[in-house]
Design a protein around this ligand. Sequence first.
Ligand SMILES: [Zn+2]
Ligand SMILES: [Zn+2]
Length: 363
Amino acid sequence: MRGKKIIVSGIIIVIVVAVLALAAVIFSRPILTAMATNLIKQRFISQSEKWDDGLYAGLAGSGGPFPDIKRAGPCIAVMAGGHLYIVDAGQGAARNVALMGFQTGKVDAVLLTHFHSDHIADLGEIMMQRWVGGSNTKPLDVIGPTGVETVVEGFNRAYSLDDGYRVAHHGAATAPPSGAGGVARPFSLSADEDASVVVIDDGGLKVTAFKVNHAPVSPAVGYRFDYKGRSLVISGDTIPCQSLTKQSRGAEVLFQSALQPAMVSLIHDQAGLSSMPSIGKITADIPGYHSSPEDAAKTADAAGVKQLVLYHITPPIPHPLLNNMYLGDAGKYYSGPITIGEDGMLFSLPANGDKISIRQVLK
Ligand SMILES: [Zn+2]
Ligand SMILES: [Zn+2]
């Protein structure tokens, strides 16, 4: 009996010593350094995707104005013909743009749909990262409807002290003072309800801004991207309107912001029980100037788009089991695929083809 105990104790001691020895090897400085080097290489050095010719849309922010643990504010990075554009700069989205493998230092322009705070919150970060990340000598073009001047001027001023620190610290060669911040590129639209204007026409890529209805927010626009036979539309915030349907006609992917009133009303009911009267009022107001998933499905059907992607997900979906509650009856109105957008989804539309693929790159 005693001999058996000694053997068991001996085995335990051998196991403990082996585990400690293994831990000493795993956590030794050379092993940790090799591991860190490898991860840094993956994340910071080899992060850029190998882009074949085509139209790409990276959902860097699929959320809306409410705090959402899984979703940054609205932001879609669009790449085509070697150009990179960012549509809207929602809260927390700038870091996702970089984490998805887009090189912020190479952003050609930011395009804003309207000036609600959830669409412009990260503009300063994108301007700063694009400047220092690419040692750019000219400020970033920020394209938007009239009013974009005010937004850009405000961010430039807010970041002016930081601009100075970075020049002083890194030197003018790395952070050329002339490249800091942004420069507003406003466009105007006629009074027509379905007014549109081409804002970029470059190397086969055409970007069309078109009026949407987000009243009382005006101006508010969406954008259509066309490149080598491929196309996508980003709705911005809007209720269903003729202009969105018209511009989406024949488009392959429609990114449509969508708010589910049935779920917002649950927040409204809860807010009524708490001491937050403003939440109650806001949740009563917001369904009036957004599309529901059902509205989005009707627009997708009327326009004949191949695929509908919902983004600006409002309110946050608290559990995946509630995805169907968010979609509501959308499936009744549109027979094509409906995707509930998630941060990190990359949509690829190879040039001159008809394939649309989706993969998750934020893992
Ligand atoms: Zn919004
Ligand atoms: Zn809005």
